[in-house]
Design a protein around this ligand. Structure first.
Ligand code: GLN
Length: 563
């Protein structure tokens, strides 16, 4: 049986449990084990696809097309492994299965109960995921914090699994230790309470990861050890650090990997984090800064800027910059500021704002998005990038807006728009796919978009071809690549010939449905936009080829300007 490590959070959420799980995974993988990770989200939603990104953060998409929590993105990035549907568990998914099974008489007429049938379903999912991944280790992250009503049945599953397999199950608590300014001392009491709460669920943590602003010191380790019943060596320091990619190295300084092996009665093994350390060396010693503007709308909440909605985009930018030994700096461009309709002086004011805000930025990205709000400002931003030769990279909605901009301003179809924003549009250059129309009519919104991995043929002679050359499979004049999708609308093929005639390069086509996947412009330092989401496949050590070329083009223009 695979070893199963449950990781739960204490005191408060948002303290980097996902990164902790991913880092533990990386360490175990570096010791030669096959590792996979599972995310448990205790909400009723069947998946994250229908959730508001401001509330929930980015919706991550896997190859097999599940719309899941952003932590799954971290697992993929740190483990450099694909994660599949079995590895994403929500309360909604579990209940849906149990109820369906009951309806199909699979419980053979007996009374189906919350306990043990719900935890048993959770356990069976964990075992399935382990089997599918042929894993030696399965890391299971339980969302929320201990003591919440919502995740109690998942803790129950962990408890039940531990009695059934005492030697194969380990429990780690990631807890927060505040250092209140006025007191000036790290406080352990909230962690003590969290452990007590966990004990009330019948679980004794084997290890505690001590998250805090600073490293935990010896006296406090001793205190937690005595009060929480955990060996001092199993209390691992986890202070705030500049880059999340440092976490595995920091954990290894505390010997976390071998402590886990010891607790599971396995012999210690050397970690091989050479490649990771090399990558980290680039992270920590940048030659300069690259400034990228992201034009989005899912980042403003009250007085705070929430970057969670675009986490994969931000990480993909970072990976590509690190590849060239540069650091990235993200600038948030609030699209509404460039919408002529919303400004007193219309177009003139939009251009003045753009000139001011884009000054000093090296490249612009318009990422994915839904709904009408902000789109006109994005279209204006893209026009500005096209005309002023500013490197532009469009992701999904960012491609659709680039097509609209080109149709309006180059092909002179003044009322070109997306069917998403105007159902009765005369010129929907972006339009909904036929099969999607039925779904929308019947309010079938959940998990019904064009989701997950689809093939794309990348045409020879394009910027994209050059980018994908090393990883694409050659086929006649094209490369076959595969990328992940999450959208309902497409470039409308009725306009394709005209767009092409006017100079829009259709650099990538989906062969099965003849859909445009990549567009490019010639005579521009970099103007590439994709219908898919390349950001989901970027990994720290393997930056995504299109992000890499985007950054390369920026460095090229930067150098030219400096000459
Ligand atoms: N709203 C657009 C669509 O559904 C784009 C989606 C996206 O950017 N992920 O096609």
């Amino acid at each position: 049986m695979a070893k199963i490590i449950f990781v739960a959070g204490g005191v408060m959420s948002g303290i980097g449990k996902g990164v902790a799980v991913s880092s533990i995974g990386r360490i175990l993988k570096s010791k030669g084990f096959a590792v996979t990770a599972i995310k448990i989200d205790p909400y009723i939603n069947v998946d994250a696809g229908t959730m508001n990104p401001i509330e929930h953060g980015e919706v991550f998409v896997t190859d097999d097309g599940i719309e899941c929590d952003q932590d799954v993105g971290n697992y993929e990035r740190f483990l450099d492994e694909n994660i599949y549907t079995e590895n994403y568990i929500t309360t909604g998914r579990v209940y849906q299965t149990v109820i369906n099974k009951e309806r199909n008489l699979e419980y053979e007429g007996r009374c189906v109960e919350v306990v043990p049938d719900i935890p048993n379903e959770v356990i069976s999912r964990i075992k399935n995921a382990a089997k599918k991944a042929k894993a030696d280790f399965v890391l299971v992250e339980i969302g929320g914090t201990v003591g919440e009503y919502q995740n109690i049945l998942f803790l129950e599953a962990a408890r039940m699994l531990k009695i059934a397999h005492p030697k194969d199950v380990l429990f780690i608590l990631v807890s927060y230790l505040p250092v209140p300014k006025l007191i000036g001392e790290m406080k352990t009491k909230p962690t003590q309470y969290a452990v007590r709460t966990l004990n009330a669920s019948g679980i004794q943590p084997d290890m505690i990861l001590a998250r805090s602003t600073v490293p935990i010191d010896e006296p406090r380790k001793r205190k937690i050890s005595v009060f929480c019943n955990v060996a001092k060596e199993d209390i691992i320091s986890a202070p705030d650090i500049e880059s999340i990619y440092e976490v595995p190295i920091n954990f290894e300084k505390e010997n976390l990997g071998n402590r886990i092996l010891k607790r599971l009665n396995l012999r210690p093994k050397k970690s091989n984090l050479k490649e990771w350390k090399k990558f980290l060396n680039n992270v920590k010693n940048p030659k300069g800064v690259i400034k990228i503007g992201i034009s989005g709308k899912y980042f403003e909440t009250g007085n705070f800027t929430l970057m969670d909605s675009y986490i994969s985009v931000i990480e993909a930018i970072k990976h590509a910059c690190y590849f060239f030994k540069y650091k990235s700096e993200i600038h948030w461009l609030s699209a509404e500021k460039y919408d002529p309709e919303k400004l007193k002086n219309g177009n003139r004011e939009a251009v003045i704002n753009l000139r001011k805000d884009l000054k000093g930025l090296n490249g612009i990205i318009v990422p994915g998005g839904f709904g009408k709000r902000g789109v006109e400002g994005k279209i204006k931003t893209i026009e500005y990038c096209r005309k002023n030769k500013i490197p532009y990279f469009g992701l999904c909605l960012g491609m659709q807006m680039a097509v609209i901009e080109f149709a309006r301003n180059v092909c002179k179809i003044k009322d070109a728009v997306s069917g998403e924003f105007n159902k009765n549009a005369k010129n929907p250059v972006i339009d909904v796919m036929e099969e999607q129309k039925e779904l929308l009519k019947n309010k079938k919104y959940g998990a019904t978009m064009r989701l997950g991995a689809y093939n794309c043929l990348v045409k020879k002679g394009t910027v994209s071809y050059k980018a994908y050359k090393k990883i694409g499979k050659k086929s006649k004049d094209s490369l076959i690549i595969s990328e992940r999708h999450r959208h309902r609308y497409e470039l409308n093929n009725k306009y394709r010939a005209l767009l092409e005639k006017k100079g829009l390069v259709m650099a990538g086509i989906n062969p099965e449905k003849d859909l445009v996947e990549i567009i490019e412009l010639k005579n521009h330092p970099f103007f590439v936009a994709t219908q898919f989401h390349p950001e989901f496949k970027s990994r720290p050590i393997k930056p995504h080829p299109l992000f890499r070329e985007f950054i390369r083009s920026i460095l090229r223009t930067k150098n030219q300007r400096n000459k």
